[in-house]
Design a binder for this molecule. Structure first.
Ligand code: CP
Length: 319
């Protein structure tokens, strides 16, 4: 585990992993480590954000991310409020996102956490509100706190990521989890491979520094960690699978496929999982192989670190 330094994450928002440096990421991960240890010792609650308001605005469904942001805000002593979306929302009444943001801004929240189907929505929000904005997933673009919690959980399990090989497998091109992870994992010294059917590999994989594969055995050979991704059915836009069975036969993470990996391989999944399609239940539920549960636990600690840092920096910048 890296030693905690005097370096402080300097940003008043977190719109993506792109733009962070290694010290930024390690400061958040080290701070999250102290939150996780405190929570396990029964000292989860702090008053770091006492009197602050954290608004969560989720325009897309979420279980893990929304609940963990709210819990993180409450554990920091903030008032956490979730704005209605769906049929009870401003959107349903035809309000433009810009007008919704102006309305929320007028209430002077300290932090706005936003998830939206449109890539760039978090940046759009950050340009329109004084609050510190945290991206909780914007379309196919980024999901920075997911990547941070993934790195956190992986680092706790296998130690430094320097020189380690991580294979990200499945619906890569449409995955904001993949995009944020491939940037962050490389920032932390890991080598990243991407495994998917050809149409699901990003055309610019090489530009991002990742090695693309269409063959599962080749992609997993010697891998220290394998991250299975959910098929983004809500974003397939006509490019859905001809045959789920054929996809599973070629790309599913199961015990046979894992035989190609390092003997201490770790399996990850951001959730929610399509069991039997991208990963088998016996792998996902095996605590010797899978850190899916640890990823969820890490979410609260990592989001506490992020909320506290951006709120502090926004306050110090007089926003
Ligand atoms: N991993 C993730 O973003 O899950 P949710 O959609 O449940 O937030």
């Amino acid at each position: 585990m890296p030693a905690h330094t005097a370096y402080r994450f300097p940003h008043a928002q977190l719109l993506g992993v792109a733009g962070l440096n290694r010290l930024d990421a390690e400061d958040l991960l080290d701070t999250a480590e102290s939150h996780l240890i405190a929570a396990r010792d029964g000292r989860a609650k702090t008053d770091v954000l006492r009197g602050a308001a954290v608004l969560t605005a989720f325009f897309e469904p979420s279980t893990r991310t929304r609940v963990s942001f709210e819990l993180a805000a409450k554990r920091l002593g903030a008032d956490a409020l979730n704005i209605a979306t769906g049929s009870a929302s401003a959107e349903a009444k035809g309000e433009r996102l810009a007008d919704t943001l102006a309305t929320l801004d007028a209430m002077r929240p300290d932090v706005l956490v936003i998830r939206h189907a449109a890539a760039g929505a978090a940046r759009f929000a950050a340009a329109r509100v004084k609050a510190a904005v945290v991206n909780a997933g914007d379309g196919c673009h980024e999901h920075p706190t997911q990547a941070l919690l993934d790195a956190f959980a992986l680092r706790r399990r296998i130690g430094s990521l320097e020189g380690k090989t991580v294979a990200i497998c499945g619906d890569v091109a449409r995955s904001r989890v993949a995009r944020s992870n491939l940037v962050l994992l490389q920032l932390l010294g890991a080598r990243v491979r991407l495994l998917a059917p050809q149409p699901w590999l990003p055309v610019d994989a090489a530009v991002w520094g990742a090695e693309p594969f269409t063959d599962r055995s080749a992609a997993l050979a010697g891998a220290h960690a394998v991250m299975a991704l959910r098929i983004q059915t809500e974003r397939t836009e006509g490019a859905s699978l001809a045959s789920t069975a054929d996809y599973a036969a070629a790309y599913r993470i199961d015990r046979d496929a894992l035989a190609a990996c390092d003997r201490d391989v770790v399996v990850m999944h951001p959730g929610p999982a399509n069991r039997g399609v991208e990963v088998t239940s016996d792998v996902l539920d095996d605590p010797d192989l899978s850190i899916a549960g640890a990823q969820v636990e890490a979410g609260v600690a990592v989001r506490m670190a992020v909320l506290a840092a951006v709120a502090r920096n926004a306050r110090e910048a007089g926003r």
